[in-house]
Design a protein around this ligand. Structure first.
Ligand code: NAP
Length: 474
């Protein structure tokens, strides 16, 4: 079902949604196209006038109610996510909490959209700066974080007074539907939030990007698709914010505790089975502690259990589809052929019924070199590539040697070095001895080909606000 103008709408055809751990069909959703996409804009455009004129206190109250309902339904949302997306149930619960945090944060932040007064050089003039909602926003979201990527956009859009049309990823429309039920039950007025599901994203995307009533595109997904959508959005000069791919360096200096750093690397690399934009893709470790670091990392990774996310002790879920498994396999084979050392893993998992899903063994690769595909291409899978380095002065250049610029991590006990390296890293998010530098209160986003703009925090609201200057002769 689509959600348009406050009601659930069907289409002539439907597409199936499957559980990636076993291939079973778990539901069907309406398959929309240009007609549904345009109907969603019509509704969002009609609703904009009244919604943008509500008070911040009214919008805040609705966001609070959505947060309350989301918290009340969190157990069901997490179970749905594990079934539809595959991540282990504990990780799904964490994501639901993280997703709800955006509704709470923006319920509070809605009341703090401040303008400005500016002194004029003319005695008879006053300058006042207003912050106003940009208008109808089009949002396109990915499958890897199927709930939090929705609230990270809808929270600030509603707080600002914008209306929104959203297309969830084809693999995870059921999580999106559950979230739109929450917005409906929370009392979001008809037309303010709208959702169109589609097996082919192109007609929906084109209808939204070509329509000049849509004043902003907010996209989370791959850099490749981001470039396509951004180019098309330029034809009507829409505001654009994009959260795209990453290739995070994880740098461990030899003054760090190798066991602690290896634990951090194992946790953040294998989070969501490596299907995270902030997942480390190059782990640089200084020679003095490399042996102990690699041994600890390998030991931890070899013990990780893959399977259905509801299974006891499972920390590695399935990959999203068979193409994803094939990509990981291709990167690992290429690396091994070019001389990488396979410390653990390295192959598809097919025993005990895992062949029905999309599983790849958690893998540690050593001796990774720049000629290997994995050194430059985002993996989006459970592979930790390790590179030993000698010169602490050279590693910053190596870490920055990527077209991406989302997250980077460093481990050191030297305060001056931590500061210097963090300043020199050309990435939007830095973790210093920390693997989770994210929060609804903090700006998330990248530089270079990892994106434009930020989500979360008070700057996340700016993306949905235009600045208007009033010059007033008195
Ligand atoms: P994707 O292939 O780019 O798809 C993302 C979304 O774009 C999906 O909803 C997809 O629809 C839609 N889409 C694709 N082509 C389109 C078109 N021509 N017009 C309109 N919509 C279109 O990315 P993904 O594989 O789902 O997600 C993984 C990527 O997202 C990774 O690169 C990851 O790093 C990035 N990511 C970034 C962040 C961040 O915050 N920076 C967070 C999460 C993920 P369909 O599903 O129907 O194809």
């Amino acid at each position: 079902m689509h959600y348009i103008d406050g009601t659930w709408v069907s289409s002539e055809s439907e597409f199936a949604v499957t559980d990636p751990s076993n291939g079973e069909v778990i539901g069907h959703v309406a398959d929309g196209g240009a007609a549904e996409a345009t109907a969603a804009i019509d509704a969002a455009d009609r609703a904009f006038t009244s919604w943008s004129q509500t008070t911040a206190y009214e919008r805040s109250a609705i966001l609070y109610e959505a947060w309350r309902l989301m918290t009340e339904r969190s157990a069901d949302l997490a179970e749905l996510m594990t079934t539809e997306q595959g991540k282990p149930i504990k990780a799904a619960r964490n994501e639901v909490k993280y997703g709800a945090d955006f509704l709470l944060w923006y319920a509070e932040e809605a009341k703090r959209i401040y303008g400005e007064t500016i002194p004029s050089a003319r005695p008879d003039q006053r300058f006042v700066v207003l912050r106003q909602p940009v208008g109808v926003c089009a949002a396109v979201t990915p499958w890897n974080y199927p709930i939090s990527m929705i609230t990270r956009k809808i929270g600030p859009a509603l707080a600002a007074g914008c209306t929104i049309v959203l297309k969830p990823a084809e693999q995870t429309p059921l999580c999106a539907k559950a979230m739109f039920e929450i917005f409906h039950d929370a009392g979001v007025p008809a037309g303010v939030v709208n959702m169109v599901c589609a097996s082919d994203p192109v007609p929906v995307g084109d209808a939204w990007l070509d329509d000049d009533r849509v004043r902003k595109l907010t996209f989370t997904g791959s850099t490749e698709v981001g470039k396509l959508l951004g180019g098309r959005a330029a034809s009507t000069i829409k505001r654009v914010s994009m959260e795209l791919g990453g290739h995070a360096p994880f740098v461990v200096f030899d003054d760090a505790d190798p066991v602690h750093a290896a634990k951090g690397a194992s946790l953040v690399k294998f989070l969501n089975t490596g299907q995270a934009c902030i997942s480390p893709n190059r782990i640089y470790v200084q020679r003095g502690i490399a042996e102990e670091f690699i041994a600890t990392l390998t030991e931890r990774v070899a013990k990780m259990r893959a399977g259905n996310g509801f299974g006891d002790g499972v920390s590695i879920g399935p990959l999203v589809d068979d193409d994803a498994v094939a990509k990981v396999e291709r990167q690992v084979n290429d690396a091994v052929e070019k001389g990488a050392t396979l410390h653990t893993g390295g192959a598809r998992l097919t025993d005990d019924g895992l062949d029905r899903g999309h599983f790849f063994a958690p893998t540690v690769l050593g001796d990774v070199t720049p000629d290997m595909v994995i050194h430059a291409e985002e993996t989006f899978g459970p592979v930790a590539p390790v590179i030993v380095f000698d010169d602490p002065e050279e590693v910053l250049g190596k870490a920055n040697d990527t077209t991406y610029g989302l997250a980077a991590y460093l481990y050191t006990r030297d305060v001056a070095r931590a500061w210097r390296i963090a300043e020199g890293l050309r990435f939007g998010i830095i973790g210093i001895n920390d693997i989770n530098p994210t929060s609804a209160a903090a700006p998330f986003g990248g530089v270079k080909e990892s994106g434009i703009g930020r989500e979360g925090g008070h700057v996340g609201l700016d993306e949905y606000l235009d600045t208007k200057l009033i010059g007033w002769s008195v």
